[in-house]
Design a protein around this ligand. Structure first.
Ligand code: AMP
Length: 439
């Protein structure tokens, strides 16, 4: 199938051609015709499948099909996203695909000055991309009018629920006109998503492009079983030895991100941390530097990295495995996007084995182990004793998890005689990590 078979008008096809897209991705093939028919959809599409164009292109087309509104254009399509980064990204996509059509888009999200957003909104916007919290602020201040909204998109709805946005979303939906077309995109189908879909969608067409929770086939996945204390050194070595130019590294906590970043800088690796405690300006700068290849490694927490679209990102490293197995799929979805080859490496310490098994259970497959890690082999075995359950859903306060991690390490050092007597020098790599970034 080609884009020209999709009943999109010439200016949209031109923008697609300028992006170099040759044919629609499976989610686009399925979703675009259905959305153009005016149907609600429930789309199970993970990030990296081209889902953004899958809803943006038909939305632009549907708006173009309508009589041109008077200026300032009222908001006719509302797209809600969980994070500011995803909001920016979707907004950029709308602008890219809509660059040859006379439609306006705006984006609003928290963490930046609201007054500038208010001023921009006053100029009118056909499509508004927003995070729920900031949109509610604007609604309460009567600075945005949603009375003309005919299209609602919930992008990465599962993540919005994980982040506790359900109440905000419901408040926003209550404000919207009842007659509208609803598009719900979610990488996973939890009970909560199914419930929301039942309440929100009218006779939806279900679109699913990958098996629930399946990882993209274009990503090669590997596990390094390694003691926690050697992870940083191994990561430096992998970057330097393989001469990686761009690697996204996931850690579980904000403090963990900052600490790892400081350590990598000492190893001569250019890197920045991306997490929720950073100001929006700092987050944008870090992301831009990463996209421009000014830094080699971006160290990110799950929330901050959600929805990031960095073209052809070749390497993703799970420095820590996520507490919620589904996040693994989102993380590795950063690589191997839209058919490009990608590599996802997980550094797994014995105490994280249960998280790895949860991921493998969800994927219904075993992730290959690297036989020779260069370090003393460690076994990843199921826990015999019951351990406290990992927190589900939200990435809780960074401090909490961080502290748990610390005390866990200290205990094992103090209490386990083998650990105390194991000579790290022996266990360490004989290969020295070389300085990867020459000045
Ligand atoms: P998304 O899943 O929407 O985040 O998109 C993932 C990536 O796929 C983005 O970098 C898009 O630019 C790219 N993309 C979207 N549609 C296509 C297409 N039809 N052909 C090639 N790349 C695409």
């Amino acid at each position: 199938m080609s884009f020209s078979q999709l009943e999109l008008s010439e200016p949209l096809l031109q923008a697609i051609a300028e992006q170099g897209y040759e044919k629609p991705t499976p989610v686009q093939q399925q979703a675009i015709p259905v959305i153009l028919q005016g149907r609600d959809i429930l789309a199970g599409a993970q990030t990296g499948t081209g889902k953004t164009a899958g809803f943006t292109l038909p939305l632009l087309q549907l708006l173009l099909n309508q009589p041109k509104p008077r200026k300032p254009h009222p908001v006719r399509a509302l797209i809600l996203t969980p994070t500011r980064e995803l909001a920016m990204q979707v907004y950029e996509s709308v602008r890219t695909y809509g660059k040859h059509v006379p439609l306006f888009a705006e984006v609003v999200f928290g963490g930046v000055n609201i007054n500038q957003q208010i001023r921009r909104l006053q100029r009118g916007a056909d499509i508004l991309v927003a995070t729920p919290g900031r949109l509610l602020d604007l609604l309460y201040q009567k600075q945005v009018d949603l009375s003309q909204v005919q299209f609602l998109v919930l992008d990465e709805a599962d993540r919005m629920l994980d982040m506790g946005f359900i109440k905000d979303i419901r408040k926003i939906i209550d404000i919207l006109p009842e007659r509208r077309q609803n598009l719900l995109f979610s990488a996973t189908y939890s009970k909560e998503i199914k419930l929301l879909a039942e309440q929100l969608l009218h006779d939806p067409v279900e679109v699913a492009v990958a098996r629930e929770n399946a990882a993209a086939d274009s990503v090669s996945q590997r596990v390094y079983a390694i003691k926690k204390e050697y992870k940083r050194e191994l990561l430096s070595w992998l970057i330097g030895h393989n001469n990686w130019q761009q690697v996204l590294v996931f850690v579980r906590t904000k403090h963990g991100a900052d600490r790892l970043c400081r350590q990598l800088i000492k190893d001569g690796i250019r890197c920045s941390a991306l997490h929720g405690d950073k100001s929006q300006g700092a987050r944008n700068r870090a992301l831009q530097a990463f996209k421009n290849n000014d830094i080699t490694a971006l160290i990110a927490t799950d929330i901050a990295a959600r929805g990031l679209d960095i073209e052809q990102l070749p390497h993703v490293v799970n420095f820590d495995l996520p507490a919620v197995a589904e996040d693994y799929v989102h993380r590795i979805g950063r690589t191997g996007r839209a058919g490009a080859e990608g590599e996802a490496i997980s550094l797994v310490a014995p105490e994280e084995a249960h998280l790895l098994f949860a991921v493998e259970k969800m994927l219904d497959k075993r992730i290959p182990r690297v036989a020779d890690t260069g370090y003393e082999p460690v076994a990843l075995e199921p826990q015999k004793t019951a351990r406290p359950k990992a927190p589900q859903g939200k990435a809780g306060p960074a401090g909490t998890k961080e502290n748990k991690g610390r005390s866990g390490r200290r205990q094992s050092r103090n209490k386990t005689p083998q650990a105390a007597t194991a000579a790290p020098a022996k266990a360490k790599r004989t290969r020295r990590p070389r300085q990867p970034n020459k000045a």
